[in-house]
Design a protein around this ligand. Structure first.
Ligand code: AMP
Length: 210
């Protein structure tokens, strides 16, 4: 099964992608994670992407399309995959169509902007293993240290309030039109993001069966 998770930054796509991945045994592919890895490895792609990401803008289509194309051609994607954070623009969706990628379902997780501001500005991530925490809802046991690997937990540069506002603006302008794009194909299912992850998960798993 080939799935797309749509939604604003901070709507919970990453968490749901990991849960579906464990459920269906197909890889969850996050272009954001791939780009962050490219930056920390100092690759050419990373160099191209960094300033866009730090300022909350989208990385140019041709850069992300190339890394996505490369990733889904790998063996582990043969039985399907979950795209988390791709496509984010209509040209990216068109590129998937041109590649001949058949999409079975598009799950759009909807969360109000104010809620997203609250979630992302309190998010902390481990520098070492990437585990995610929240200062109010899911604090690590020791302040600034990861429960899993004792790495330092930090605020992502793009989780600063001004950058979150820019990411939301970009989302509404460039990514939200994808709802219409996939609605026309009859593949779109909307899930209202809930307070508790387990409640969103129940709705997401139900959406998979719809
Ligand atoms: P994420 O971790 O999905 O929130 O992505 C973090 C950042 O990576 C985004 O704000 C963009 O700058 C960049 N990014 C990730 N996926 C894409 C994409 N499909 N198109 C353009 N930029 C992307």
């Amino acid at each position: 099964m080939n799935l797309i998770l749509l939604g604003a930054p901070g709507a919970g796509k990453g968490t749901q992608a990991e849960i579906i991945c464990a459920h269906l045994h197909i890889p969850a592919i996050s272009t954001g994670n791939m780009l962050r890895e490219a930056i920390s490895n100092g690759t050419e792609t990373g160099l191209k992407a960094k300033s866009f990401m730090d300022s909350g803008k989208l990385v140019p289509d041709e850069v992300v399309i190339e890394i996505l194309k490369d990733r889904i051609s790998k063996d582990d994607c043969k039985n399907g995959f979950i795209l988390d954070g791709f496509p984010r623009t209509v040209p990216q969706a068109e590129a998937l169509d041109t590649m001949g990628v058949r999409i079975d379902k598009v799950i759009d997780i909807e969360v109000a902007d104010e809620k997203i501001m609250q979630r992302l500005s309190g998010r902390r991530v481990c520098e070492k293993c990437g585990a995610s925490y929240h200062v109010d809802y899911k604090p690590s046991a020791k302040e600034d240290a990861c429960d899993k690997c004792d790495g330092r937990t930090v605020q992502r540069k793009d989780d600063h309030p001004d950058t979150i506002r820019e990411r939301l603006r970009v989302y509404h302008e460039q990514t939200e039109p994808l709802k219409g794009y996939y609605e026309k194909t009859g593949k779109l299912v909307i899930v209202e993001g809930q307070e508790e992850v387990k409640d969103t998960t129940a709705l997401t798993l139900k959406a998979l069966e719809a």
